[in-house]
Design a protein around this ligand. Sequence first.
Ligand code: C2E
Ligand code: MG
Ligand code: MG
Ligand code: MG
Length: 292
Amino acid sequence: CALADEAGGVAFARAEAHAHALREMQMASALRHALERQELRLVYQPQVSLSSGAIVGLEALARWHSPQWGEVPPTEFIGVAERSGLIGALGQWVLDTACRQWVTWRAAGLQAPRVAVNVSPHQLRRGDLALAVQRVLLDTGMDPRGLGIELTESAVMDDPARAGQALSELRALGVEVALDDFGTGYSSLACLRSLPIDVVKLDRSFVSDLDSAPESMALTRAILTMAHGLGMQVLAEGVENEEQLNLLRSKGCDLIQGYWFSPPVAAEALAERLATGWRLAARHLSRDDGRR
Ligand code: C2E
Ligand code: MG
Ligand code: MG
Ligand code: MG
């Protein structure tokens, strides 16, 4: 009978919601200890210039190996941290760890490029992001030019006035600012124009269907034209193959990041590779046609 079916459906949905809430609670409590128990680590993914071939940035990405849950993806535990109020401590740990790592690399004589740290919407909303960054720079003795901050387009557009203020303060410190996952939010061009941004990170979803969806290509072109017109660089995320690389290069994309060049790697492995002068092969570079 339809009524019984419906009741069963409701009971099932309730049970599922309950299981979900329980998992969230348990994971938040595990994450709280993860910071103290050193279960978190950072891996680093190179960002490469298509004009020079040099690795100009390293995006720091958080990893959590939980004894209870195994390897938990950041898309899941960052969300848990945001909802449970742990994101402040976690974000601080990420910033601190990335800066210390950069200082360690430099002290070892390595030409470590800039490290780019992801900052969550919550860290932006608190209103003391630049102050927190400044404190870490002082604590670690890091050169501000060695640090980049990535904020998602949607976090920035949530409150463009406040974000603009924070971004200006970061820039005044000498820190590079990048707009992450660009194209997935709903920025107005007028808004983007007034924001102090160095790099626009074209979202992976555009890159992944660049060769199959004409709309993605059209949007990519439009974003490149707009960003360059505003004096910003464009980095394409999630470049996985040579076809994507060639398309992006031919359209004047400045920087790429993705599995094709390298997945995120551990600090130790990265140091070894940096020491060998790791870079993009000359045949993959853009020919300088005097456009920029
Ligand atoms: P994101 O900042 O956009 O980072 C890029 C993500 O794309 C990373 O996923 C990276 O591993 C993945 N990726 C890189 N190249 C490729 C590729 O060629 N193909 C594919 N399919 N994926 C690629 P990851 O490490 O799982 O991180 C996911 C998201 O979690 C990040 O997206 C960022 O929003 C968030 N996140 C990671 N670490 C942190 C952190 O320390 N703090 C904050 N607030 N968020 C973080
Ligand atoms: Mg990012
Ligand atoms: Mg991104
Ligand atoms: Mg992304």
